[in-house]
Design a protein. Sequence first.
Lengths: 175, 137
Amino acid sequence: MNTLLRGIAVLAVTGTVSLLAFSLPSGEARGDGGDDTLPRLTHKAWQQECGSCHLAYAPSFLPKASWRRVMGGLDQHFGENASLDPATRADILKFLEANAADAGPSRMGRRVMQQMGPKDAPLRITETRWFVGKHDEVARATWSRKSVGSAANCAACHQRAEQGAFDDDSVRIPK
Amino acid sequence: MIKRLFCSSLATLGMASAVALAADTPGSLMARYAQAAGVPVAALSATNGAALYRTEHPGRNAQPVSCASCHTANPKQAGRTRVGKAIEPLSPAANPERFTDAAKVEKWFRRNCQDVLQRECSAQEKGDFIAWLSQAK
């Protein structure tokens, strides 16, 4: 009987520990891929909430200060109401800050920050010098094609954007 | 004792997941909104719901906006966000996941009524809206 009880206790403890182990690193980077492939991030609320109207943009595209501005003005998010309940908002902001361009060891973040002033906190990824430099060969008229919509629509041209892959080989600019 | 603790925590887990899985339905949401509006469910109007969906309002840059601007004139079709991402159909007949999560429904009414009507929608309007969408076969 004692053995049985002990067995159950061990099982319960192992169960709890493994549950914790799986739930703690939510959204943790699993390592940078190539130069233009972002680490896979798995934060559920970020994917669901930020990804319902547009691609869930990677936190490493903007510094912490930018994400604080973005998440502080969700009721007027580029002309749309994207408000969240306070708990979800705080949860997502924490994740964005932890993985921001100036936070983690991400290669993408380092490159974004190399061209950013220390006090810069742009609201749009498309305003960063890094983004502008990367897309300088794309004509203005291309962005406004109906098939593209706007520069915010990464996946229009980056076929594997949803997987975090932004390498030149997977770019197809639609007509 | 440990066994009892373990069993009761299992039971609690079970209850928690049952609550998480307890799905709302278009019907249960209509009942809830009708009650909040203080009217019987039968007083919800699909006609008014359709009008709410289609009526255009002055939007940004003087461009008229309606629900149909993003969800298209036919809610059984996929729509498109302003950024260009696809929106799954709004009609439960075309997309059974619609109106099965009260918190999600409230979130989008809150956001989109503000964007399109520049105000919140009333409980009656929300009920009318679902009444219309769930009647379309």
